[in-house]
Write a new protein. Structure first.
Length: 148
C-alpha cells in the first residue's frame, strides 16, 4: 500500500492511496499472533477473587462513608435550622414583651394625665362653686340691706 500526497486544499490535506497487487513475497511484519496462553492456576484464580472481593468491600465501605457523611450533614443542617428557629422565636417573644411593656407604660401615662385633668376640673368647679356661693351671699346681703 502506497500513500501519495495530493495538492494541498484549503480545507485540509488530500491523499491518494494505492493498493499494490499481492506479491509472492509476503512481509513478515504483518503477521499478528496472539501471545501464548499461559496456564491459570487455582492460586491465581483465588488471588483474583480475593482482589475483587477487596475492591467490592472497599467500594461498599466508601458508599457507607458517603452515606454517613450525608446523614451527618443533614443532621447538622436540621440542628442549625432548629437553632435559628429557636433564636427567632426567642427574639420575637422579647420584642413582643418590650412592645407590651411600652403599651402598658403609655396607657398608665394616659390614665394619669386624664386623672390630673379631672382633678384640675374638680378644683376649678369647686372654686367656681365657692365664688357662686359667695356671690349669692353678697347679693342676699345687698338685697337685705336695700330693703331697710
Amino acid at each position: 500500500m502506497d500513500i501519495k500526497p495530493i495538492n494541498k486544499r484549503a480545507s485540509g490535506q488530500a491523499f491518494e492511496v494505492i493498493l499494490k497487487a499481492s506479491s509472492p513475497v509476503s512481509e513478515t511484519g504483518h503477521c499478528i499472533t496472539s501471545p501464548p496462553k499461559r496456564d491459570i492456576s487455582l492460586e491465581d484464580i483465588q488471588k483474583k477473587l480475593e482482589a475483587a472481593e477487596d475492591r467490592r468491600k472497599s467500594q461498599e465501605a466508601q458508599v457507607l462513608r458517603a452515606l454517613a457523611e450525608k446523614r451527618e450533614h443533614e443532621r447538622d443542617v436540621l440542628l442549625k435550622a432548629m437553632e435559628e428557629n429557636s433564636n427567632f422565636s426567642r427574639m420575637a417573644e422579647e420584642k413582643l414583651q418590650l412592645k407590651m411593656e411600652q403599651i402598658e407604660e403609655n396607657r398608665q401615662a394616659y390614665l394619669a394625665a386624664i386623672m390630673e385633668r379631672l382633678q384640675e376640673k374638680d378644683v376649678k368647679e369647686l372654686s367656681v362653686e365657692e365664688a357662686l356661693v359667695s356671690a349669692q351671699v353678697v347679693l342676699f346681703l345687698f338685697l337685705k340691706m336695700a330693703s331697710y
